[in-house]
Design a protein around this ligand. Structure first.
Ligand code: AMP
Ligand code: ZN
Length: 413
C-alpha cells in the first residue's frame, strides 16, 4: 500500500494488508496525533487496510507542522506529557514540575516556609529532584541519607548524595539546611544484606522497616517538623493497585500524600505524588542532577515492579489512567476507608518509638538478626511481640507495599 505522510510530505510503500494500528506502529506514529484517511473516509486504528489501498496520514497536533511546540510559550518542545496532552520546552517543563509540587504542598497543607523539612534522599532521581525543588522554592529543606550497606550500590548512592549537597552548599546555608547521614550498621549493628540472611523477613521488608524507623527517629531527635520522601505517581499507583488487589483495607486507609504527626510519629509527606516517574527523571536530567540510575541489586523481580508494568500497559493504551486511578482514589475513595485505620500506638519498651505491641517491629527484627533478647526470657515469643506480622506491617505500613509479609503469612497458614 502507498502511505502518504505530511509535514514533511513523503510517501512510504508497505507490503500486504493489516490493521491501521499496525501501520502506525510501523511508522512510529502515535494514533492520537494523526488522522488516517482512505479516499474520502476516516479510518480507526482497528480498521483493516489492504495491499492496494492508498492512505494519507495527516497530523492533527495544533501548531501542526514541524517539531512539537511548548504548550506555554510555543518554543520547540523537549518533553511530552501525554496524560496532560502537552509538551514543554525546558524552562516551561521545569516550571510545570515545580507547579505540580507547589499544588501538592498546598492541597494537603504539607508544610510552610518556617517548617524544617527533612527530605529522605536515596541518591535516585525522585528524592534528589524533590530536594532540589524544595530548595528552589525556598523551603528549609535538609537531606537525610541512610546507608543500608548494600555494597557498591550504597557506596555510589552515598557519593551522589554528598556531591549533590556539596553543589547546593550555598542554597543549603541560605535556609539553614544540612545533609544528615545515618549508617544502619554503625547505629543499629546490622546492614540490609545481613538482615536478609539472618532475619525471618525478606530483605525488602526489613529494608523498608529500617527506613521508616530511621527516618522517623532521625527527624524527631533533630527537631524536624516533617519528613518528605520521593514517592511519585507511579509508586503510589502501584502500591494502591497492590493493596486493592488484596483488599488490604488497613493499608488503603493509610495511603495518603500526608500522614499527620501522632504520638511519637513525625508528620510524613510525599510532595511528588502528582508527578510521574518519567517527569521526575526528565526534571533531574534537565537540571543536570547526577543520580543513581541502576536499581537496588536486591529487589530483582519485586512485586511492585510487576504492578508498575501492568499500569504502564494500561497507560500506553489510554494515557491518564494511572493518574485517574490514584488521584480519583485520593479525591473520592480514600475517605471511605478511614474507619479501617484503627491501630493504637504506645511506646516501645526498648527504644520508645511507637508500636502496637510491647516492643516495636524494628526492635524485634533487630534482636532476631543480632541474636539478642528483648526484656526478660519470659518476654520472648508471642508475649514480646504480642502481634502477628500483619499487625507489624500495619504499624509501619505507610508507603512501602509489604508484599513479603503477606507472602510469609500465607506460607505460615
Ligand atoms: P524506595 O523505598 O526505594 O522506593 O524509596 C522511596 C523513598 O524513600 C525515596 O524516594 C526516598 O525518599 C526514600 N529513600 C529510599 N532509600 C533511602 C535511603 N537509603 N536514604 C534515604 N532515603 C531513602
Ligand atoms: Zn523499638
Amino acid at each position: 500500500m502507498r502511505v502518504r505522510l505530511r509535514n514533511p510530505d513523503r510517501e512510504v510503500e508497505l507490503r500486504g494488508g493489516r490493521k491501521v494500528r499496525d501501520v502506525l506502529a510501523e511508522l512510529g506514529l502515535d494514533p492520537d496525533t494523526v488522522l488516517v484517511i482512505r479516499e474520502r473516509e476516516l479510518l480507526t486504528r482497528e480498521d483493516r487496510v489492504e495491499e492496494d489501498d492508498v492512505l494519507e496520514v495527516r497530523p492533527v497536533i495544533s501548531g501542526g507542522s514541524g517539531p512539537m511546540r511548548c504548550r506555554r510559550c510555543r518554543e520547540p518542545a523537549v518533553v511530552e506529557v501525554r496524560r496532560h496532552n502537552a509538551a514543554f520546552c525546558r524552562d516551561c517543563f521545569l516550571h510545570h514540575v515545580r507547579e505540580q509540587v507547589r499544588r501538592a504542598i498546598d492541597a494537603y497543607d504539607m508544610f510552610g516556609p518556617k517548617d524544617r523539612v527533612l527530605v529522605a534522599v536515596s541518591g535516585g532521581k525522585d528524592s534528589l529532584a524533590l530536594w532540589d525543588i524544595l530548595l528552589d522554592l525556598g523551603y528549609r529543606a535538609s537531606g537525610l541519607y541512610l546507608g543500608l550497606g548494600i555494597g557498591d550500590y550504597s557506596a555510589r548512592s552515598a557519593e551522589v548524595v554528598r556531591r549533590f549537597a556539596e553543589e547546593r552548599r550555598e542554597a543549603l546555608e541560605a535556609v539553614g539546611g544540612e545533609l544528615v547521614e545515618v549508617d544502619l550498621a554503625r547505629e543499629h549493628g546490622f546492614d540490609v544484606p545481613t538482615a536478609g540472611r539472618r532475619g525471618s523477613r525478606s530483605t525488602c521488608a526489613i529494608c523498608g522497616l529500617s527506613k521508616r524507623y530511621v527516618f522517623n527517629r532521625a527527624a524527631l531527635e533533630r527537631g524536624y517538623d516533617v519528613v518528605a520522601t520521593g514517592h511519585n505517581l507511579d509508586d503510589e499507583a502501584a502500591t494502591l493497585l497492590g493493596n486493592v488487589l488484596r483488599w488490604q483495607t488497613g493499608y488503603i486507609a493509610r495511603q495518603a500524600p500526608v500522614l499527620p504527626a501522632r504520638e511519637g510519629m513525625v508528620k510524613k509527606v510525599k510532595p511528588l505524588y502528582r508527578l510521574s516517574e518519567r517527569e521526575t527523571a526528565a526534571y533531574s536530567f534537565l537540571r543536570g542532577i547526577d543520580y543513581v540510575v541502576e536499581e537496588c541489586p536486591l529487589v530483582a523481580g519485586n512485586t511492585q515492579l510487576r504492578y508498575k508494568e501492568a499500569l504502564n500497559r494500561l497507560e500506553a493504551a489510554s494515557p491518564g489512567t494511572k493518574a485517574q486511578f490514584l488521584l480519583g482514589f485520593l479525591e473520592r475513595g480514600a475517605a471511605l476507608f478511614r474507619a479501617e485505620d484503627d491501630a493504637e500506638l504506645r511506646p516501645c519498651e526498648a527504644c520508645g518509638q511507637p508500636t502496637t505491641a510491647r516492643f516495636c517491629a524494628f526492635c524485634r527484627a533487630r534482636a532476631q538478626i543480632l541474636g539478642e533478647r528483648l526484656g526478660t526470657p519470659a518476654d520472648q515469643g508471642e508475649a514480646a511481640g504480642g502481634s502477628s506480622d500483619r499487625e507489624v506491617a500495619r504499624e509501619l505500613a505507610e508507603e512501602v507495599l509489604p508484599v513479603e509479609i503477606y507472602a510469609a503469612e500465607q506460607a505460615a497458614r
